[in-house]
Design a protein around this ligand. Structure first.
Ligand SMILES: *Cc1c(COP(=O)(O)O)cnc(C)c1O
Length: 405
């Protein structure tokens, strides 16, 4: 049992907040797999380690023999949350979608790159919840729809926007939303909806059949997105595997950094001494620090007292430890041998990674558990596996090279 965090100012705690929130996911649960890391005999670069999934593989049961003392880390299998739209995306929508529905949303507008996992997740989860999804994708329709592009096309109403239109994102979203709303409808930004203001106005929701269009910005990097991630931290902290006194070290890959901030904020607000390391993939350290500051200050504004109730008013230090990828590159680029590495890991553990995002967190998790045998290293699998189908189009030769074992 986890002790209740010290009462925040005014008696508000994150536990109150989480239990008062309506969620999209029926349960916060995720499977947690344990991976052992052994040096491998293979001299091939990228094959320095042999992995085994101690949770699922037969005969390894908890690690006997040489595996008993081998470094190990845990993987939170959020990639298994949903067959089509999983990982951190449903976590980010977990509190947001019910809130928008409660405010009478009939339509949601959002945007993303051609293979955006965010856009696909909005399309799928809105469709499940009876809200019409409208997706603006950057660029042109692919010759052969695949990956998340295919999912967005299947579940959402997709419109392609030229790069120049897309560059003015807010104008583009607002204009599109206005068109959908028509003359009787209303348009709102999801960010402007304050959770406290939960009065459902029946007259405006279904009285005259007019549309209520809500705009979710790219990547759902809003304060409500933090809540779903904090709910995950709350769930993990209740597992016996991560007892209260454990030195838990979370590793996650970052695009906007929202998931990483949610994890760190969740840990602080729940009174856990957990560290969060986030691999920066899409931006500079300065931008990630800015994003962190802005999300935390929004969280304070929307849910006053919870965070400062835990840390006091004078904390300016970073909650997240932002780190470089071991092999930095321009965002979205894949290096030689990375597909082969992902195949190697998939074949040994049954876990699929992609070179753009999750492989970077895996590499950090491997490194951390080898360097600190005391720490409980936990990688959050942020999903995105269908993104590999998009990459495969560009890099197909890599799928047919490398050792077959
Ligand atoms: C969207 C996505 C991210 C980025 O998440 P942020 O919260 O924006 O940092 C990371 N990894 C995967 C696999 C994703 O799909």
């Amino acid at each position: 049992m986890r002790p209740t965090p010290a009462l925040a100012a005014g008696g508000r705690t994150v536990a109150n907040l989480l239990s008062a929130t309506e969620w999209m996911l029926p349960s916060p649960a995720s499977q947690v797999h344990t991976i052992s890391v052994l040096p491998s005999q293979s001299p091939t670069p990228g094959h320095e380690f042999a992995f085994s999934n101690l949770t699922t593989s037969l005969g390894n049961g908890g690690g006997k023999g040489v595996e008993a003392r081998s470094p190990r880390f845990h993987v939170v299998r959020d990639d298994l949350l949903h067959p089509l739209a999983n990982g951190n995306k449903p976590r980010k929508l977990d509190a947001l979608l019910p809130l928008l529905r409660c405010r009478g949303a009939t339509d949601i507008v959002t945007c993303g790159g051609c293979q955006s996992a965010h856009a696909a997740a909005v399309a799928v989860h809105c469709a499940e919840w009876g809200i019409r999804p409208h997706i603006l994708l950057r660029g042109e329709q692919l010759d052969i729809p695949t990956g998340y592009n295919l999912i967005s096309l299947m579940f959402g109403n997709v419109t392609y926007a030229s790069r120049s239109v897309y560059a003015q994102r807010d104008e583009m979203l607002y204009e599109h939303a206005t068109k959908i709303a028509g003359s009787n409808g209303t348009v709102m930004w999801a960010d402007d909806i304050i959770a406290e203001d939960l009065v459902v106005d029946e007259d405006t929701t279904d009285g005259n059949g007019s549309r209520r269009v809500m705009i979710v910005k790219e990547g759902a990097g809003s304060v409500q997105a933090l809540l779903g991630v904090m709910r995950l931290v709350d769930y993990l902290s209740g597992l016996t595997l991560f007892g209260q006194d454990e030195k838990v070290h979370i590793v996650v890959d970052s695009g906007t950094g929202t998931t990483a901030v949610g994890l760190a904020l969740g840990a602080v607000c729940l009174g856990l001494q957990w560290r969060v390391t986030a691999v920066m993939l899409a931006d500079t350290l300065e931008k990630y620090r800015q994003q962190e500051k802005s999300l935390i200050s929004d969280f304070e504004k929307f849910y006053p007292g919870i965070f400062h109730g835990m840390v006091g008013n004078d904390t300016h230090c970073s909650l997240v430890q932002w780190v470089e990828r071991f092999s930095p590159r321009r965002f979205g680029k894949m290096l030689d041998g990375e597909i082969v590495m992902c195949r190697h890991i998939a074949q040994q553990t049954g876990i699929m990674l992609d070179p753009m995002y999750t492989l970077s967190a895996w590499e950090h998790a491997v490194d951390l558990c080898r360097r600190d045998s005391e720490a409980k290293v936990v990688m959050i699998h942020t999903g995105g596996t269908l993104g590999l189908f998009g990459l495969a189009q560009r890099y197909s030769p890599q799928f047919t090279t490398g050792e077959q074992s």
